[in-house]
Design a binder for this molecule. Structure first.
Ligand code: WQD
Length: 319
């Protein structure tokens, strides 16, 4: 197998690159290094381009032919919800434009297998605690919309020219497989709390009056190494099965509240901190966890790491 990984120098992409390398696969990374870090990809070949640029398709075709690429994993995208609300056109240009160029190049190069990074943000605010892939998606921000449109693009390519695709809808990803692959962005709950307690501040908790057991929001936190392994399972599935396209939730199936995350952080770090209780953050669903039946039954994948593993690995990687 020869795999082209877009966004392979990013936090999640580099974990997948590492697993592919460990398995002896050939890997070529396409990354503009806007958020990616070259040191994360070891000796994998790097093609540094903006996927959404005009010349990208031509470069991608050349790269696929040169490296005899047989499958693509597509991570490269913008992924900050707040930023997507402020700059929607940029999100559509980058996330949709980049995928359109990639699919065009795959078609031209006869590469017919794609694992696409989608998101639980496609669901919006479902009022069920455990979300199955079949519920109607109603994304509530441009970021989630670009991911849902991306899934439609995969479906259309499957119909039009025989692409085989797997859309992986990530829930709340955290943790680290090794220190050099750690999440360096301070954009999600775990890194935000680490940054706060490292500077002696109280981490903020957005909302304590939700209809959940302890009043704080519940999310499905999945270890980045488990998530990375799901990509390899999806690749193997596309190799084995001649289905057109399928969408899978990637989570643990278990929710944890913000207070439970904070308590695990206290236990792991030994730092005794108070929480700064704040009003609800707009747009937060009270409780969101994955129904993982489909991925378990179809790919034979399930998460093997828990919240403790997530927090311990994330803390160790950034200490
Ligand atoms: C988690 C929980 C907050 C910060 C986002 C995207 C989603 C997906 C994953 C990419 C929430 C609470 C947070 C803080 C807090 N991304 N929180 N204090 O919003 O569940 O999901 O990342 O695909 O699309 O929306 O993640 O890490 O921001 O928040 O209390 O300082 O922590 O309210 O309940 P979220 P998050």
């Amino acid at each position: 197998m020869s795999v082209l990984v877009t966004g392979g120098a990013g936090y999640i992409g580099s974990h997948v690159v590492r697993l592919l390398q460990n398995r002896g696969e050939k890997v070529v990374v396409v990354d503009n290094l806007s958020n990616g870090v070259q040191q994360r990809i070891g000796d994998a070949a790097l093609v540094q381009i903006d996927l959404a640029s005009e010349s990208a398709t031509k470069t991608l075709v050349e790269t696929m032919l040169e490296h005899k690429v047989t499958a693509v994993i597509h991570f490269a995208a913008l992924k900050q919800v707040g930023e997507s609300v402020a700059r929607p056109e940029w999100y559509f240009q980058q996330n949709i434009g980049g995928l359109a160029n990639l699919l065009t190049a795959m078609h031209e190069s006869n590469v017919d297998r794609l694992v696409f990074s989608s998101s639980a943000a496609t669901y919006g605010m479902p009022d069920v605690p455990s979300v199955s892939e079949d519920i109607v998606c109603e994304p509530i921000n441009p970021y989630g919309q670009t991911k849902l449109i991306g899934e439609w693009m995969v479906a259309n390519a499957a119909t039009a020219w025989g692409l085989r695709g797997a859309n992986l809808r990530y829930f709340n990803v955290a943790g680290a497989g090794s220190p050099e692959l750690a999440d360096t962005a301070v954009a999600n709950l775990v890194p935000i709390v680490f940054a706060a307690i490292r500077s002696g501040q109280s981490p903020k908790v957005f909302g304590t009056d939700y209809p959940t057991a302890d009043g704080t929001c519940v999310r499905d936190y999945v270890h980045v190494t488990d998530l990375a392994e799901a990509h390899l399972s999806a690749l193997d599935y596309l190799d084995r099965e001649h289905r057109s396209h399928t969408t899978f939730n990637v989570g643990t199936g278990q929710g944890s509240s913000v207070f439970e995350v904070l308590e695990q952080i206290r236990q792991t770090t030994g730092i005794k901190f108070e929480a700064d209780l704040q009003p609800r953050r707009p747009g937060d669903p009270p409780s969101l966890a994955a129904d993982v039946t489909r991925i378990r039954e179809t790919l034979g994948w399930s998460a093997s790491r828990n919240l403790k593993d997530i927090i311990e690995s994330a803390w160790a990687a950034t200490s």
